[in-house]
Design a protein around this ligand. Structure first.
Ligand SMILES: [Zn+2]
Ligand SMILES: [Zn+2]
Length: 210
């Protein structure tokens, strides 16, 4: 894990020198610290029209519900979250397809630090474009099961949270929770994911509430 000093130094260097695009390898003069050339940035599959509670993409052809119609705010909500919201708010800037899926795969399975920077920067751009009322008090990366952590050698959620926390000046609590073994989230239905937090995550003992 790099220190804050090293990250600041690296950002300074990145703004001065030509950068190599993380997707197409083209060299270019950077205008943003996301390691993407202008063409690849435009090609990212953005998740713009999405439910504010679960972030699932909404069908642009179908009329959607809006929680704050009276105030004129655009807060689209899917059918399922209208009666039982998955979360207060979910932000998912990219659809898991094409170049976005490639970046995530490289981050998770090849420990891709540059890909992590690109994904974190995309999240920060999304937060700026669709700001919520308040920033959270604390970032809690999703803990990994022990066997997965040993096999992979790092937790990609911690890497992403570290970049985002640094930019937004928020604390990170990477050791607040631990995960029991169990099925991977992507294998679960919506209903089972809603019970995942209660059944799969627990406080580490030194943080446990009395
Ligand atoms: Zn490119
Ligand atoms: Zn929803």
């Amino acid at each position: 894990m790099h220190t804050a000093w090293y990250r600041n130094f690296q950002r300074g260097i990145d703004h001065c020198l030509p950068m190599q695009c993380v997707l197409c390898d083209q060299c270019f003069r950077p205008s943003r610290p996301d390691h993407l050339c202008a063409f690849c940035r435009l090609a990212l599959p953005l998740n713009i029209h999405a439910c504010r509670h679960c972030a699932l993409p909404l069908d642009s052809e179908r009329p959607t519900h809006d929680e704050n119609e009276s105030t004129g705010c655009a807060n689209p909500v899917c059918d399922a979250c209208l009666s039982k919201p998955l979360a207060d708010q979910a932000m998912v800037p990219l659809l898991h397809t094409g170049p976005a899926a490639h970046l995530i795969h490289r981050l998770k399975f090849s420990k891709g630090e540059t890909e992590g920077l690109t994904l974190a920067q995309t999240m920060l751009t999304h937060i700026n474009l669709f700001p919520s009322a308040d920033h959270p008090d604390l970032l809690v990366p999703v803990p990994m099961a022990y066997r997965s952590a040993v096999r992979r050698g790092f937790n990609q959620s911690v890497a992403l949270a570290s970049h985002i926390a640094h930019a937004l000046k928020l604390p990170v609590a990477a050791d607040l929770l631990k995960r029991r073994g169990g099925p991977a989230q992507h294998t679960l239905s919506r209903a089972k994911r809603q019970h995942l937090a209660a059944s799969s995550f627990q406080w580490r003992s030194r943080h446990a509430t009395r």
